[in-house]
Design a protein around this ligand. Structure first.
Ligand code: ZN
Ligand code: ZN
Length: 730
């Protein structure tokens, strides 16, 4: 309740006085941070303070007559708008005369607001039907979240363009106000009304707002001092601020004493001064703002508006925020430190992992290379027995490209007869590493392949079976060699049979020669001697010497015959005069036996000493056989024997100019024919057994050439083998 103080109420001076007070209040209201509206109960704005311009909501003059809701929420179409709801409570406010307070966040204004609806009273009892609506931005205070929690939130609002034209009723009402200015009586009432309205609004503000003169004396003050418990508002006028705020303060250096100087300075320079102080007497943190007061009616009023706001809460919040900030910074710092440590550790781990990976990759590559290049087949199967890997060698064994192997079942390549043993073998042998067995596979175009191997379980790091692998060994070559050996064995057996047969034949020949030759001769000598003995007994006159002299040539023939047979068996000349001389002798003997054939014997670069003892027998036997064949079957006119030392080998050739034969035909038939004795086969065996190579070239009517070549370096080997045989032979 503000009194007009010492202003006397005469009609014209009263108007001036009220006008002045109204201006003073108006100006005061303009200097506060709160947004203040004087509103009709239907929400139409009658007046607003200049804060509206700071909030960016338009010009103070242009908002008059507009709906408050439309002004603040230009695009709001929400049914549950809290502001709308609040304004709807105007009737209640006016009826009860009680102030309504609301806190909440306004999404459209983007501010945390404290809104007060204050009924404006004309006198102690009656309300004017108008309200002061004060918007305080408490965003800053609400930061702490503990001091001013919102009682309710603003509903979220949809944007929608709503016209902001003034209501015709509002214009009428405002017109009435304007018209009232024509009559001094009405004018006075009107100004009085406005003054009251502002007064009410200002009185409702929490801060102390006072009008002081240049000397610091209070001219007017709002009711806040009563809320601050600093005494009745009526008693404040005429005292200075220090007296009002610090009733019993005797401190001459009290900061409030310096306030007067500030006021004077502000009035002199026309500026705004601000300061904050921790007031120990009031135990409040205070914010002071000093504005020079001016109005249309008194531009140089010599007055100042002092706003004293209790910002203890804000201060607390600030301190708390500061404290929280420090704590937060500490936490962030320690967190950062931790993070750095973790990062470092992580980096090290990554580095280690990278190295391990590189090592793993390297060893894997090496391993893969090893497996890929190894000389055994390698197959890896998954749990479905599908091939996931096959190395190069396995592909080579199968003769198939990788694309036709990988992805198929291994059993697709196993011969039907062996699939069971492969599968069950793998299971049975899963514990034994060394087991492997021979089985048959099907390669390219179903080609049969003999291999050896068995599947082994493939375990992962946790010893779980993830498939199987097998090393597959190609044993086709082995089997081929085995078969070859078998064939050779058969051949050898047959050969041994032939040798026995030949020996038998030779024995037969020798026996028949002994029987027909020496036997006949000896029988004839026996018969002759018996006859002569009988003759001598019957007729002693006969001369014995004459009788027996004719036995001598017969005995000589027998001796010759024995020599011939023993020479055939093994010429002693070979040991006595050497193979070369023996061959010369043989040619002469052959010529005697076959006078119609010419024989020649060539020896080139050959030294008797270069031919080892065992080879001499072989050479002689081959020449004997070849010449025997030629004289018996070829009808040759000339037979040439040549032996030559070709540095690294000894060459023996027996050529004739006979009728020849179809070698391939004869070789296949003749083989083991009895009539020709050992023939070509025995010659071949002799040469090959003594480490040489044997060949025959012949064609019908083109003669025959038997060629034998013995490498000299195999001497020792031949020596040993033949030596043994020779000893046994003797
Ligand atoms: Zn709204
Ligand atoms: Zn003081």
């Amino acid at each position: 309740m503000t009194v007009l103080g010492d202003y006397r109420v005469t009609k014209s001076s009263a108007i001036r006085t009220v006008q002045k007070v109204k201006s003073e209040w108006e100006s005061t209201v303009d200097s506060v941070a709160e947004l203040i509206f004087i509103v009709r109960k239907d929400g139409v704005i009658l007046r607003a303070n200049r804060t509206i311009e700071q909030w960016g909501l338009g010009d103070v003059e242009n908002v008059k007559g507009r709906s408050l809701h439309e002004l603040l929420h230009p695009s709001c179409n929400a049914k549950k708008c809290d502001l709308k709801k609040l304004l709807g409570l105007s009737d209640k406010v006016l009826a009860t005369g009680e102030t309504l307070e609301y806190r909440g966040f306004d999404l459209l204004l983007n501010r945390n607001l404290l809104i007060q609806l204050i009924p404006i009273s004309v006198d102690e009892i009656h309300t004017s039907g108008h309200m002061a609506i004060i918007f305080r931005d408490i965003s800053q205070l609400n930061l702490s979240g503990s001091h001013l929690t919102s009682k309710s939130n603003w509903t979220s609002l949809k944007a929608n363009n709503v016209g902001s034209s003034a209501d015709p009723n509002n214009s009428a009402s405002l017109d009435a106000e304007r018209q009232s200015l024509a009559s001094p009586e009405l004018n006075f009432k009107f100004i009085e009304k406005i003054k009251r309205e502002w007064e009410s609004a200002v009185d409702s503000l929490p801060q102390i707002i006072c009008l002081v003169n240049g000397a610091g004396t209070v001219v007017r003050v709002n009711r806040a001092i009563e809320h601050w418990k600093l005494g009745d508002v009526t008693l404040a006028s005429g005292r200075n601020l220090h007296e009002i705020l610090h009733k019993s303060c005797k401190d001459k250096d009290c900061y409030l004493n310096s306030l007067n100087q500030q006021i004077a300075s502000v009035l002199a320079k026309g500026q705004v001064a601000e300061c904050q102080k921790q007031d120990v007497v009031l135990n409040k943190h205070l914010h002071f703002q000093i504005n020079a007061f001016s109005s249309k009616h008194s531009p140089q009023s010599g007055l100042a508006v002092v706003n004293i706001t209790d910002i203890t809460d804000i201060r607390h919040v600030e301190l708390e925020i500061g404290c929280l900030n420090t704590k937060l910074e500490k936490r962030i710092k320690s967190r950062n430190l931790n993070l750095q440590k973790i990062n470092l550790k992580l980096k090290q781990e990554i580095e280690l992992r990278k190295q391990a990976e590189a090592k793993f990759k390297d060893s894997r590559q090496k391993f893969t290379h090893l497996v890929e290049m190894m000389n055994e087949g390698m197959v890896i199967q998954d749990l479905d027995q599908k091939i996931s890997y096959a190395n190069r060698h396995l592909l080579k064994i199968l003769g198939l490209p990788r694309t036709e192997v990988v992805g198929r079942k291994f059993t697709d390549f196993v011969d039907v007869d062996y699939i069971d043993s492969w599968v069950s073998g793998g299971l049975k042998n899963s514990k034994s590493v060394e087991s492997s067995y021979v089985f048959k596979m099907k390669g390219k175009a179903g080609k049969a392949l003999w291999v050896k191997g068995a599947p082994q379980p493939l375990l992962d790091a946790d010893k779980n079976c993830v498939g199987s692998y097998a090393v597959i060994t190609d044993i086709n070559d082995q089997i081929e060699i085995e078969q070859k050996l078998l064939r050779t064995e058969i051949k050898l057996r047959s050969l041994a049979k032939q040798v026995l047969f030949a020996q038998e034949l030779e024995r037969k020949r020798i026996a028949s020669e002994l029987h027909d030759g020496i036997g006949q001769t000896l029988s004839a000598i026996k018969f002759y001697v018996e006859n002569n003995i009988r003759d001598l007994t019957e007729t002693p006159a006969l001369s014995a010497s004459e009788q027996f002299a004719s036995v001598i040539p017969k005995l000589q023939g027998a001796i010759e015959e024995v020599r011939r047979i023993s020479m055939d068996l093994r010429p002693s000349l070979l040991d006595d005069i050497g193979v070369l001389a023996t061959l010369s002798w043989f040619c002469r003997e052959a010529k005697q036996a076959s006078p119609h054939v010419d024989f020649s014997f060539d020896k080139t670069n050959v030294n008797e000493l270069d031919i080892i003892a065992s080879l001499k027998t072989e050479i002689f036997r081959i020449v004997q056989e070849a010449v025997n064949n030629a004289t018996k079957y070829s009808r040759a006119k000339h037979i040439n024997i040549s032996i030559k030392d070709a540095n690294k080998s000894i060459h023996l050739e027996v050529c004739d100019d006979g009728i020849g034969f179809d070698y391939t035909k004869v070789a296949s038939q003749q083989g083991y024919s009895e009539s020709k004795g050992m023939g070509l086969v025995s010659m071949r065996e002799r040469v090959e057994n003594s480490g040489g190579e044997f060949s025959v070239s012949s064609a019908p009517n083109a003669g025959t050439k038997v060629i034998c070549i013995w490498p000299k370096e195999k001497r020792a080997f031949i020596d040993n083998r033949s030596g043994r045989r020779d000893r046994r032979g003797r």
